[in-house]
Ligand binder design. Structure first.
Ligand code: ATP
Ligand code: MG
Ligand code: MG
Ligand code: MG
Length: 481
């Protein structure tokens, strides 16, 4: 298949290799830089070169970098284009070529090598970057009405408050050219998808905020492989490309549903499983083990979200008739089968990966079941306490909070189950505990932020998609909608 994910990756790398770029391997998802939580872009392994701290070994490089962006976890399946795990194809110049070559090659790659129709491509440039505008317009020939000038937030890259920085320019694909030019908005994702970002590192930002031109100008780019596959394979979203769909199909099989016939809610759940299992497999392969802190916590939340989502889909046991079995290894296996072009080493680590997901799923299911037992005991305890006439037995706020915090029970479920037996829950006490916890985690979060700089919010945003518990009455997990 000319437009398979694997062939697109290969064509990108070959294109730049034949233009003098050294083909380098993807770096690990665990960055060498200890202050960064996870690899979020292709440039990360080159950051010391860009910052001038390390001498370049080659003037040009190209990579297919595996990336994790947990800040996009809420977008998974909700937008057609965001993943927690994706591959970023990149070409880099370390003080070698600059804006003109970067733009012309990006255009040639997109329109000639990948064959995207030129009239479907739109460009964004930084508002003040006349140089980029003119190259796109005068030299490449993109009509002015398809070049948008955008502000700092979208089109200016910085590595920190001071240091190397510069404008960027993005290429968008237009799914609906019939909608015309007049009020086209590149942020409208029913119409456009951003697929290629070119960063022109040309300034040094000084302490007083002024921009001083750099002697050594760099190019850093990123093209989302799944997004390009989606465009070329002509499917409605990244999830239905050959890079992810086989995983989704496996999950659908275990849940005994058909993706094609499923409603949007079911499709969303299948997409979450397809997305998260990729992240989980590549993270474990790179040495991240489920735990309660840092990277380990990211993997743990992702696996738990897969388990919970699988239960919501009705997957029981391993989904193949063994009620004592786990289903996550079966899906992980599918990810591993598809992995060789992304990372050759994943296959060698197969048994380790399968064992880790199996163990985490089993631990999590036990936690859920222990929580149910504990609630029964609390109810029995509340019923056995002697009380004055007219007062109802009551579950202490602390206990309800323990169920919520440690066992993942939403307090509404605790209330409902207790009520059936004529028992109340001390909600004032519960709220006191909740507030205490909120203050503590805020303090912890502030402490983490200093260490992992701009990626700290990644762990936080993942804990936002919290497991809300397990509905004992209907035996379904409950999630925040
Ligand atoms: P968006 O605006 O769509 O969130 P971005 O501007 O955050 O994308 P960049 O940081 O510019 O993305 O990353 C470079 C390229 O990597 C993007 O143009 C896109 O093709 C791809 N990409 C970024 N984030 C994701 C993601 N969460 N899932 C899949 N591909 C992504
Ligand atoms: Mg983004
Ligand atoms: Mg963007
Ligand atoms: Mg971008």
């Amino acid at each position: 298949l000319l437009s398979s994910g694997n062939s697109i990756r290969q064509r990108f790398l070959n294109f730049y290799a034949s233009r003098g770029h050294k083909l380098l391997p993807s770096a690990s998802l665990v960055p060498e830089d200890p202050t960064v939580l996870l690899t979020i872009a292709g440039m990360l392994q080159f950051k010391p070169i860009f910052l001038g701290k390390v001498q370049r070994e080659v003037p040009r490089a190209t990579t297919a970098q595996r990336c994790i962006r947990t800040n996009d976890v809420e977008n998974v399946g909700r937008t057609a284009r965001h993943h927690t795990f994706f591959e970023m194809l990149g070409n880099f110049s370390f003080g070698d070529y600059f804006k003109k070559e970067a733009i012309k090659w990006a255009w040639e790659l997109s329109t000639v090598e990948l064959g995207l129709p030129a009239e479907r491509l739109w460009i964004s440039v930084f508002e003040d970057d006349d140089e980029a505008f003119n190259i796109w317009h005068n030299e490449v020939g993109v009509p002015a009405e398809r070049i948008k000038r955008m502000g700092e937030e979208d089109n200016f890259w910085t590595s920190g408050v001071t240091g190397p920085c510069g404008p960027c320019s993005e290429i968008y694909y237009d799914f609906h050219p019939e909608r015309g030019h007049s009020d086209a908005d590149l942020g409208d994702d029913t119409r456009f998808i951003e697929f290629y970002n070119l960063v022109f590192m040309q300034f040094n930002k000084k302490d007083d905020g002024t921009l001083e031109p750099l002697k050594q100008k760099n190019i850093d780019t990123g093209m989302g492989l799944e997004r390009v596959a989606r465009i070329l394979q002509n499917v409605p979203n990244n999830y239905e490309t050959d890079l992810i769909y086989p995983i989704i199909k496996k999950a659908a099989e275990l849940a005994n549903v058909s993706y094609a016939l499923a409603n949007e809610q079911t499709k969303l759940k299948l997409k979450i499983i397809g997305d998260h299992m990729r992240a989980v497999v590549f993270l474990i392969s790179d040495g991240v083990i489920p735990s309660n802190i840092g990277r380990g916590y990211v993997v743990r939340r992702l696996i738990r979200r897969v388990v919970r989502t699988g239960r919501l889909l009705g997957i029981k046991g391993d989904g193949q008739g063994n009620l004592e079995g786990e289903f996550t290894p079966i899906i992980a296996e599918r990810v591993i089968e598809l992995s060789s072009q992304i990372d050759l080493e994943v296959k060698d680590r197969r048994s380790r990966i399968l064992e880790e997901v199996r163990r985490e799923e089993s631990r999590f299911v036990q936690t859920l079941e222990r929580g149910e037992k504990l609630l029964e005991e609390m109810i029995a305890g509340a019923l056995s306490v002697p009380r004055e006439n007219g007062t109802l037995p009551c579950i202490a706020g602390k206990d309800a909070f323990l169920l919520y915090d440690t066992y993942g029970f939403p307090v509404e479920i605790t209330i409902e189950v207790a009520e059936e037996q004529g028992i109340t829950v001390d909600m004032d006490g519960f709220n006191v505990e909740m507030e205490k916890q909120r203050r503590q985690s805020q303090a912890a979060h502030n402490a983490v932020k200093l260490e992992v700089a701009d990626t700290a919010e990644l762990t936080e945003s993942i804990s936002d998609t919290e497991f809300l518990g397990y509905d004992m009455l209907s035996a379904r997990a409950v999630v925040k909608s």
